[in-house]
Design a protein around this ligand. Structure first.
Ligand SMILES: [Zn+2]
Length: 332
């Protein structure tokens, strides 16, 4: 009974590197099904160039298995097309190129080109296409602002983005739209406003932290200026954030981030030490005097340090701190 509904065949394909194999399939299927069952990982254009041959005769894919003599040996062959004729290439060469090109491609491997492009056209967090308002973080990742802020508030940021601790760690950027990109469903939708290079990962781009303009490295290199080439706002090297940079570039940005955070922390601590001393040492009456002193502080003086000149003059309670140790008034 099983014999009547199935067909047993032998299949060989030296070109595809198949060892001869025995296959039993339902008789009402076609060669097209057989082909798919044996080469599920090949893409369509390669599938289309494969055909079966029996006794030296090519068979159309629509051939029913039931129409073949049982236990036939079929060859799966690659149809050669085009190429050659110039004396430089032989069929064997072109076939090898073709095969290695397709067969070396693992089915689960993401095309590196697609991966690169998606990094430059979609939000690093949500994977959605980039739509303004767009922000970058201190490491040059690019996001749609909305999902990033939402994730930040809900504390659901993945580990890779935990360095984003608040709104101060995201900078709005201004991506220049390619005219007509939406209309033509172009894969790349943004470009350098100066050079016109596409924002697709093939060219390095920098975002300027002050104004948010995103400009190709090429344009920044060619037009030597310390002002943004678009809005003419001054920027320093530290304001340049390379977008989707290499590992080394990201490491530099990370160091810069730690450094800047260290400075902010230091500043805050200095201020705190100054304030605490004031609270401990001053009673209400003197407090008002202290504010007067602060009010006349030189414009460029650090107010906390300036205040400490007055608050540390009580020698009994005086303790050296980082913020006032170098002031002679405190020492004497
Ligand atoms: Zn600008």
């Amino acid at each position: 009974m099983a014999k009547s509904s199935t067909t047993q065949l032998f299949l060989q394909s030296p070109q595809l590197g198949f060892a001869p194999r025995s296959i039993t399939l339902s008789s009402n299927l076609t060669l097209s099904h057989l082909k798919l069952s044996q080469t599920p990982t090949l893409n369509k254009s390669l599938l289309d160039s494969l055909y079966f041959s029996f006794n030296g005769r090519p068979l159309p894919d629509s051939t029913l298995l039931s129409s073949l003599p049982s236990r036939s040996t079929l060859l799966l062959l690659l149809r050669l097309r085009g190429g050659g004729g110039d004396g430089g290439a032989t069929g064997a060469e072109s076939r090898d190129c073709y095969l290695s090109m397709y067969l070396s491609k693992k089915p689960d491997k993401v095309d590196p080109n697609e991966k690169r492009l998606s990094k430059w056209t979609t939000c690093a967090l949500s994977g959605e296409p980039l739509v303004h308002p767009v922000v970058i973080d201190r490491l040059g990742n690019i996001f749609n602002k909305e999902p990033l802020v939402e994730s930040l508030l809900k504390k659901t940021l993945p580990k890779a983005f935990r360095h984003i601790r608040g709104l101060k760690d995201m900078f709005p950027v201004n991506l220049e739209q390619i005219p007509g990109a939406e209309e033509y469903k172009s894969e790349t939708r943004f470009q350098c406003p100066i050079s016109g290079l596409e924002f697709n990962g093939k060219y390095p781009f920098f975002a300027l932290r002050g104004c948010g303009h995103v400009i190709s490295s090429k344009a920044l290199r060619e037009v030597k200026s310390s002002a943004c080439l678009v809005c003419h706002k001054e920027y320093s090297e530290l304001d340049k954030i390379v977008i989707n940079g290499s590992e080394d570039e990201v490491n530099v940005l990370r160091e810069r981030m730690e450094e800047e955070r260290g400075k902010v922390k230091e500043k805050r601590e200095k201020k705190r030490v100054g304030d605490e001393k004031g609270d401990v040492l001053e009673n209400g009456k003197k407090e008002s005097k202290r504010f007067k002193a602060l009010d006349i502080a030189p414009a460029n003086a650090n107010k906390a340090v300036y205040a400490s000149i007055f608050t540390s003059s009580n020698k009994g309670d005086f303790k050296e701190t980082y913020s006032c140790r170098s002031l002679p008034l405190g020492r004497n």
